[in-house]
Design a protein around this ligand. Structure first.
Ligand SMILES: Cc1ncc(COP(=O)(O)O)c(C=O)c1O
Length: 354
C-alpha cells in the first residue's frame, strides 16, 4: 500500500500506536498508547487542537485573534500548532521550573512565553494560572482557553483517545491507568470506556505529594512539591471527574524516573517522566495483585524523554536528587574498553558514558 500524502499537520493528531509492554511485563497483558507520536510530541495536541477548533466553530475567536493559556508546556505546544493552523497569536504563561526543552520549543513555534515564579500558588497573584486569567480579563482581545475547566478538553478524548483504545483492543479492557494533569485525558477516556463497559475500572496516578488521592478519599488536602512535570499541580482541576475514577495510586519521584530508564532499556520506549509515573503505578498494582496475569490493562504514555534533557536525561540532576539509575542490562564492556584505552594510551582522552 502506498503512503498517504497528508494535507497538513492536523491530520497527524491522534491515531497513535498502541504497543504491548511484553518485555517490561512478561506474562501480563499491559498495553500503552504512545502519545508522543502526536505532532508536538504529547497527548495534549488532541485537547489543544480540539478546544481551539470548537471556539472557532462557535464564533468565539477568529483568525488574527490572540489566545492565552496557563501551561506546563505540552498544552502550550499543541496550542502553538493550533495557532499556526488557524492564524492566531498565542501567549503561554508557564512556571519557572518547566523544562528548558519545552520553553525553547514554545518560543521556536512562535509563542510569547511569560515565565512565573513556581513558588507562588498557581491560582494566586503572580501564579501562572492567575496571570493567564488576569490578562484575559483585562484585555478583551485575549481569549483564555482554560484547559482546567473547559469541557472540550475531556470531550476531545471522548471522541478520539477513548474510541481508539476501545477499537484497537477490541474492547478487551479491565483496567485503565492514567496520570492526572487537568484530568482531561483520564475523565474523557474513562467516560467513553465505562459507557462501553461499566465493569472497566479506572485508576488515576499521581506523584507522592499530589493532592488527588486525598481529594478522592475526602481527606484534608496538603500539596508537597514533586519532580513530575505537568501532573498533580497544587489545585484540583475541574476536569478531574471523581465519579469516573475508582482509585488513586501514588508513585515517588525516584521510582518514576527509574521506570523511564527501565522502559528505555527494556522496551526501547523513550518516555517522559509522567509516563514513568504511570509505569511505576502499574508495577505497584502488580505487586499488590490488583493486576493479575489475566487482567487486561491499558494506559497512555503522555510524552517523550526528549522533553526532559535538563532532568531525566541529565546525570547531574540524578546525582543532585540522589536517584539511582537502573544498571545496564548487558555485560562487561567497561572492563575491556578501559583495558583497550590503556593499551592504546588514550585513557585520558576518551571517556565512557553509560
Ligand atoms: C507530560 C504530561 N503528562 C500527563 C498530562 C496529563 O494530561 P491531562 O491534562 O489530560 O490530565 C499532561 C498534561 O499536560 C502532560 O503534559
Amino acid at each position: 500500500m502506498g503512503i498517504r500524502v497528508l494535507d497538513g499537520i492536523e491530520e497527524l493528531i491522534g491515531n497513535t500506536p498502541i504497543i504491548g509492554l511484553h518485555r517490561m511485563f512478561p506474562g501480563y497483558s499491559i498495553y500503552a498508547k504512545l502519545e508522543y507520536y502526536n505532532p508536538t510530541f504529547s497527548v495534549k495536541d488532541r485537547a489543544a487542537f480540539y478546544m481551539v477548533k470548537k471556539m472557532i466553530e462557535r464564533g468565539e475567536i477568529k483568525s488574527g485573534d490572540t489566545i492565552i493559556e496557563a501551561t506546563s508546556g505540552n498544552t502550550g505546544l499543541g496550542l502553538c500548532m493550533a495557532s499556526i493552523i488557524f492564524g492566531l497569536h498565542f501567549i503561554a504563561t508557564v512556571f519557572d521550573d518547566v523544562s528548558e526543552d519545552k520553553i525553547k520549543l514554545l518560543q521556536s513555534l512562535g509563542a510569547t512565553v511569560i515565565i512565573c515564579p513556581s513558588e507562588l500558588p498557581s491560582n494566586e497573584i503572580g501564579g501562572y494560572v492567575w496571570l493567564a486569567q488576569a490578562l484575559a480579563a483585562e484585555y478583551p482581545h485575549i481569549h483564555y482557553i482554560n484547559q482546567f475547566s473547559n469541557p472540550d478538553n475531556p470531550e476531545a478524548h471522548i471522541f478520539s483517545t477513548g474510541p481508539e483504545i476501545w477499537n484497537a483492543l477490541n474492547g478487551k479492557i479491565d483496567l485503565f491507568v492514567n496520570t492526572v494533569g487537568t484530568g482531561g485525558t483520564i475523565s474523557g477516556v474513562s467516560h467513553f470506556l465505562k459507557k462501553k463497559n461499566p465493569n472497566i475500572q479506572t485508576i488515576a496516578v499521581e506523584p507522592v505529594g499530589g493532592i488527588y488521592r486525598d481529594f478522592f478519599y475526602g481527606n484534608p488536602i496538603k500539596f508537597k512539591d514533586h519532580l513530575i512535570h505537568s501532573i498533580s499541580d497544587n489545585f484540583i482541576s475541574k476536569n478531574f471527574n471523581k465519579e469516573l475514577i475508582d482509585d488513586v495510586v501514588q508513585v515517588c519521584d525516584s521510582e518514576a524516573f527509574s521506570c523511564c530508564i527501565e522502559m528505555m532499556r527494556t522496551e526501547a520506549l523513550c518516555i517522559g517522566t509522567s509516563a514513568g509515573c504511570t509505569i511505576g503505578a502499574i508495577k505497584k498494582l502488580i505487586q499488590e495483585k490488583v493486576i493479575l496475569h489475566q487482567t487486561h490493562v491499558v494506559c497512555t504514555l503522555a510524552d517523550s524523554a526528549l522533553k526532559y534533557s535538563d532532568s531525566l536525561l541529565n546525570e547531574t540532576f540524578w546525582e543532585e536528587h540522589r536517584f539511582s539509575r537502573p544498571g545496564k542490562l548487558t555485560g562487561d564492556e567497561n572492563v575491556y574498553l578501559q583495558k583497550f584505552f590503556q593499551k592504546s594510551g588514550i585513557s585520558k582522552e576518551v571517556q565512557i558514558c553509560n
